[in-house]
Design a protein around this ligand. Structure first.
Ligand code: ADP
Length: 277
C-alpha cells in the first residue's frame, strides 16, 4: 500500500547567498511536491543547487523567499530549537563521508539518534542491533569505524539513519566514496529499506545511473528545476531489506501534522546538546 500524501511542498523557493557585495543565486525559483513513500533523486552537476535544496528541506537553512511546508506546516515558522526537534523526530541523514563518530562502536553510532529522543539504554541497544542486522552487519556491532570497510561504514550510517523510523531520509551522494559493485549494493539496500518501510527517500547525486533507482528524477541546473521525470523503469532492489517492524516499542513519529509544532514546543529539553557531536 502506497501512501501518496504530500510530505513536502515548495512554492517559489529562492535562496541567495551574499558574499561581500556579490550575490550567489543558489536556487532560483523552485516549486515542487514530494509524496510520502516515494524515492526521489535530485540530479545535477556540481553547483546546480542540490545540496542547498536538501539543506532547506532539512531546515538547516531558511529560504530567502518562498515557502517550504512539511505535512502542511511551513518550516519557516519554526524556531531553531523546533527545527532541531523536527530533524530529530522526522528526518534521517546519510552522507557521502558516512559521518560516523570514530571513537564509538558501530552499535553506539547507531544508538545516537535514540539518545537524542531519550529512548532508554536497553531499548536503544536492542533497536540498534536489530537495525545493524537489517543492513547485514549484525556480527560487526563491536567494531569501530576504522575497523570497517567503506561499504560497511555506509551500512552503519544507513542503520543510524533508519533506526529512528523517520518519515524522510536524505542521502547526499551516498555512494560517492564507494566502488561500483558496492554502490549498486548500497543503492539496492537504501531504496529497498525506504520502500519497505513506506519512507520518503530523497537522494542527491550527479550520477545518472544512481538516479535510475528513483521513482522520480528531478533534474536541476543553475538553481532551477530543468525537468521532473517519472521513472517507471526504475531499478528494483535486488537485496530485499529486512521488512520486520520495530517491535521494541520505539516511539513512532506522530502522524498528525497538527502535532509537529506542539511536539517540538512541548519538548523543552534539548537532548542533542547533552550528547555532543
Ligand atoms: P550542488 O549541491 O548541486 O553542488 P550547491 O547547492 O552546493 O550545489 O551550490 C549551489 C550554488 O550555491 C553554488 O554556486 C555554490 O557555490 C553556492 N553556495 C552554496 N552554499 C553557499 C554558501 N554557504 N555561501 C555562498 N554560496 C554558496
Amino acid at each position: 500500500m502506497t501512501n501518496l500524501s504530500i510530505i513536502f511542498e515548495l512554492q517559489n523557493v529562492r535562496k541567495i547567498y551574499k558574499m561581500g557585495t556579490e550575490r550567489v543565486v543558489a536556487l532560483e525559483d523552485i516549486s515542487l511536491t514530494f509524496e510520502q513513500g516515494k524515492t526521489y533523486c535530485l540530479l545535477g552537476t556540481s553547483g546546480s543547487g542540490k545540496s542547498t535544496l536538501l539543506n532547506l528541506l532539512a531546515g538547516l537553512e531558511k529560504p530567502t523567499s518562498g515557502s517550504i511546508k512539511f505535512k502542511g506546516r511551513p518550516l519557516e515558522n519554526l524556531s531553531e530549537k523546533q527545527l532541531t526537534l523536527y530533524r530529530q523526530g522526522y528526518i534521517g541523514f546519510v552522507f557521502q563521508s558516512y559521518n560516523l563518530l570514530p571513537t564509538l562502536t558501530a552499535l553506539e553510532n547507531v544508538t545516537l539518534p535514540l539518545i537524542f529522543r531519550k529512548i532508554g539504554s536497553w531499548k536503544r541497544k536492542k533497536a540498534a542491533l536489530k537495525m545493524l542486522r537489517a543492513v547485514g552487519l549484525g556480527n560487526r556491532w563491536q567494531h569501530k569505524p576504522h575497523e570497517l570497510s567503506g561499504g560497511q561504514q555506509q551500512r552503519v550510517s544507513l542503520a543510524r539513519a533508519f533506526v529512528n523510523e523517520p518519515q524522510v531520509i536524505f542521502a547526499d551522494e551516498p555512494t560517492g566514496n564507494l566502488d561500483t559493485r558496492t554502490t549498486y549494493e548500497m543503492m539496492d539496500l537504501i531504496t529497498g529499506m525506504a520502500r519497505t518501510r513506506g519512507q520518503t527517500l530523497i537522494i542527491v547525486t550527479h550520477d545518472n545511473e544512481i538516479s535510475e533507482y528513483a521513482d522520480q528524477i528531478i533534474q536541476m541546473r543553475d538553481g532551477l528545476v530543468e525537468s521532473v521525470k517519472e521513472n517507471a523503469a526504475r531499478q528494483t532492489p535486488v537485496i530485499q531489506a529486512d521488512s520486520e517492524k520495530n517491535e521494541e516499542g520505539i516511539t513512532k513519529n506522530e502522524e498528525n501534522p497538527d502535532n509537529i509544532t506542539d511536539n517540538v514546543v512541548a519538548d523543552s529539553s534539548n537532548a542533542a546538546e547533552s550528547v555532543g557531536d
